[in-house]
Design a protein around this ligand. Structure first.
Ligand SMILES: NCc1[nH]cc(CCC(=O)O)c1CC(=O)O
Length: 306
């Protein structure tokens, strides 16, 4: 039987390409031929507008969605955290790949000594409201500046500018062999829902691809990232909200941590729970209800009035 070559769509950044190749390798191990097709996204082409002003949802995914709907590609590889939690298109996630390091990290070209000086007004670069708010909660005397671009561009900017540091997803740096730039892992920061995980999308009615791609699914990652994304979805705060969510499994239990903050970082709402894997299905939803009832609804109202 002659099999058709699976056309894998990806953004053309180094990180996206690495991730797509990873999926290609797994498919090739299963006996399939693959080909990479590069698609430019709005988020990659416009490097000046802050992400929070770019219409938010799907700036990195829309172009890939269109290529997929037009049958120019069979599957699309996405950073799962870039996928909006609601998708009205006839596309669906068929596999979630095993998660890498989910943590945020600090790149500080001149070292991290300044973190210990309570009088030093450091400048930290990030365009994520989640990172900004958590950073300011911990270091209220620091200043946050916006930074845009893919991982490589942002790394160049940190080296050229006079900032004290910039915040990156550790997985993004490590995957493309830039992990040595990490000065510190921010273990105290709650990462974005699904950070460090990749999702493979197919057309909803493509049962042939579904059968193939679903073999790549990593069940534990799927459970954890689904809980995180359920939480984000129910917070109804959108992908640019100062909301973090992280779940991991240890000894048959799901450990879940979530956080929501006012943009200036002054108020923070925390949630932490541990439940058995068998009972974790609803955890993201119940956590959102609990946190909203506790007062985090203010965070959502602030986002909506922005
Ligand atoms: N926001 C863009 C984005 N989407 C996915 C990653 C990194 C890889 C991942 O989290 O899976 C990054 C870069 C970053 O946040 O520093």
């Amino acid at each position: 039987m002659s099999k058709k070559t699976i056309r894998i769509g990806t953004r053309d950044s180094q990180l996206a390409t690495w991730q797509a190749k990873q999926v290609a390798k797994k498919l090739e191990k299963l006996g399939h031929e693959t080909e990479l097709i590069f698609v430019k996204s709005e988020g990659d082409l416009d490097l000046t507008t802050p992400l929070t002003e770019m219409g938010g949802k799907g700036v990195f995914t829309k172009a890939l969605d269109n290529a997929q709907l037009n049958d120019e590609i069979d599957i699309a590889v996405h950073s799962f955290k870039d996928l909006p939690t609601e998708n009205p298109l006839p596309l669906k996630v068929a596999a979630i790949m095993e998660r890498a390091d989910a943590r945020d990290s600090l790149v500080a070209p001149d070292g991290t000594g300044f973190l210990d000086d309570p009088d030093y007004k450091a400048t930290i670069a990030t365009s994520s409201n989640r990172r900004r708010a958590q950073w300011l909660h911990r270091y209220p005397h620091h200043e946050i500046v916006n930074i845009r671009g893919n991982v490589n561009t942002r790394l160049e900017k940190v080296e050229k500018n006079n900032w004290d540091g910039a915040i990156f997803a550790a997985a993004g740096l490590e995957r493309i062999d830039l992990g040595h730039h990490i000065s510190e892992y921010l273990d105290w920061m709650v990462s974005a829902a699904a950070q460090g995980a990749m999702a493979v999308m197919i057309r909803e009615d493509d049962s042939e691809m579904e059968e193939i791609v679903s073999q790549l699914n990593h069940d534990e990652t799927a459970l954890c990232t689904t809980i995180e994304r359920d939480f984000l979805h129910d917070m109804e705060a959108g992908c640019s909200a100062p909301v973090g969510a992280y779940a991991f499994i240890e000894d048959e239990e799901v450990h879940f941590k979530a956080v929501a903050l006012m943009l200036d970082g002054r108020e923070q709402y925390d949630y932490e729970e541990r439940v058995s894997v068998g009972e974790a299905g609803d955890l993201g939803h119940s956590a959102a209800q609990a946190l909203l009832a506790e007062g985090a609804i203010k965070v959502i109202e602030e986002m909506k009035s922005e």
